[in-house]
Design a protein around this ligand. Structure first.
Ligand code: CA
Length: 507
């Protein structure tokens, strides 16, 4: 009998009264587990089986935490379907314990470095890319035309430069630019224009009459970095000017060589998308272990996705390194609660239909799995959406959970690369930064063998431990940062659009 055929379930915490089914095809009625539990009905992979009889209103416990209450009586050995789980109320933000269980700092991890590119401002990059930023969407077509020609005619002459990327977005005009919340999209574009993977070579293409003045994207005030289309004499000249200015920058980028950098120069973002019930058991804890290794090595790790930590925030505030960090975390949660309330949005809008098919009943269960990515380190700081990371260690970077918006905001915070866990599967990628995809299940790895970089599925079958996979992810991160390994998304050049978070009005 192969491992796949032995009936397996995973109970995460001894207090849990539900467990999830491991076997890829689910398990049929009458299946008897080694512990004696017998299934009363078919239960699909990743879905929950009840380990005890539940009366109506009884707490349903997974990860040692209440994920809901029984909406009806449920007997032991039944499939605990989503409709049987009533959503509990989220933790009260005014009553959270702050800095009450600050984890001991894990011992420093010595001897790890990566091969990166040193920037003039002291930061390091892991790619050598020419980024061309736009101040308004109006110019996107012209810039795309120019970038196509640059890639075809000029870039091949500069073999040390990896790519030319147009930073197109939907912002810049037709927006309430002075609204208080406009600071989020504006600082996002500002920080992305100066991203460490662009080597400090700034080039901005603007129109000339937009609300977001191109000069706001040039911190040095160096107007030699701006092309203003309304000052150009026709389309052909616009393209010529952009190409000439691009070539000047490609010349200097081409001189750069990789050099050994300490891990403290590295900023790694974490995200999940297309999650399933295995996310919190396999991929996210393994990523959490890798996150701890990075923090121990002095790196910066960003974890995000407010709507997916909100219901588990009572487990995060005690880990805040001090009172201020705890308060900052709560402030970001409050801001997002208000934002959702303004839009009359219900938090049950998350999880997605795919998450539910993967066995996740509600946002509480999803959150408990999601925060496993943050590992066990103290939380040393909190960033508002799009703010640049100014300190090392584990930081909470407040972003929506939307994959593209989270990716864009983590780039603005200075992320060099992202580690992305997925159970259902997504081909997501970013043009400016490598994305390492970690699968939660063996079946996804088999099905998407040329899209998934690291498989954490063997943790569920017992063939690998969280530590094994965590170390693999850590080594993979260093190899990708050093340019020794390319992720599948890099190889296939899979790039999602940047998606700004703009909570301010559009006019
Ligand atoms: Ca996400």
């Amino acid at each position: 009998m192969s491992l796949n055929e032995i009936p397996l379930y995973i109970q995460i915490n001894p207090q849990d009264n539900v467990a999830i089914i491991v076997n890829s095809k689910g398990l049929s009625q009458g299946t008897i587990f080694p512990c004696g539990l017998e299934l009363e009905e078919y239960v699909p992979q990743g879905h929950k089986v009840t380990l005890t009889n539940l009366a109506i209103g009884d707490a349903i416990v997974r990860y040692g935490e209440v994920i809901g209450h029984a909406a009806a009586p449920v007997k032991r050995g039944r499939w605990l379907k989503e409709s049987l789980v009533k959503l509990p109320t989220p933790p009260e933000l005014d009553e959270l314990p702050i800095a009450t269980k600050i984890p001991d700092r894990l011992p420093p991890l010595e001897g790890y470095t990566f091969e990166g590119y040193r920037n003039a401002d002291g930061s390091a990059g892991i790619k050598n890319i020419l980024g061309i930023t736009t101040s308004v969407q109006c110019v996107a077509g012209v810039l795309d035309y120019a970038v196509r020609e640059i890639k075809k005619e000029i870039l091949p002459n500069y073999p040390n430069v990896h790519d030319v990327v147009a930073i197109n977005h939907t912002y810049g005009c037709g927006v309430a630019i002075n609204a208080p919340e406009a600071e989020i999209p504006i600082r996002t574009i500002q920080n992305i224009a100066m991203h460490p993977n662009f080597g400090g070579e700034l080039l901005v293409v603007g129109l000339g009459c937009e609300k977001l003045a191109p000069s706001r994207l040039v911190p040095s005030g160096d107007h030699g970095s701006i092309v203003s289309l309304q000052d150009e004499n026709g389309f052909t000249n616009m393209i010529k000017t952009i190409k000439e200015m691009a070539e000047e920058r490609l010349t200097s980028l081409n001189r750069r060589q990789r050099e050994t950098c300490p891990l403290s120069d590295l900023v790694v973002g974490l995200q999940c998308g297309g999650s399933d019930a295995f996310s919190g058991v396999t991929a996210n804890p393994a990523v959490g272990f890798a996150a701890d290794l990075l923090v121990r090595g002095g790196a910066t790790v960003l974890f995000s996705e407010v709507t997916e930590v909100r219901d588990a925030v009572h487990l995060l505030t005690p880990r805040a390194v001090n009172e201020q960090v705890g308060k900052d975390l709560i402030k970001e949660m409050k801001w997002y609660d208000d934002y959702l309330m303004k839009g009359d949005a219900d938090r049950s809008a998350n999880p997605s239909p795919g998450n539910k098919k993967g066995g996740l009943s509600n946002v509480v269960e999803k959150s408990l799995g999601s925060i496993a990515k943050s590992g066990r380190s103290p939380i040393s700081g909190v960033l508002s959406p799009g703010e640049k990371a100014a300190q090392k260690g584990l930081l909470f970077a407040a972003t929506p959970a939307s994959d593209f918006v989270c990716g864009t905001l983590q780039l603005a915070s200075g992320m060099h690369m992202q580690v992305f866990t997925t159970g259902r599967g997504t081909p997501y990628g970013l043009a400016m930064a490598p994305v390492i995809k970690v699968s939660t299940r063996n079946t996804l790895m088999e099905q998407w063998h040329d899209l998934i970089d690291v498989n954490a599925g063997e943790i569920a079958t017992g063939k690998a431990t969280i530590e094994d996979v965590g170390w693999s992810i850590f080594h993979y991160i260093i190899d990708v940062a050093s340019g020794r390994t390319q992720t599948w998304a890099e190889k296939w050049r899979l790039h999602n659009d940047l998606a700004l978070f703009n909570p301010a009005p559009i006019t």
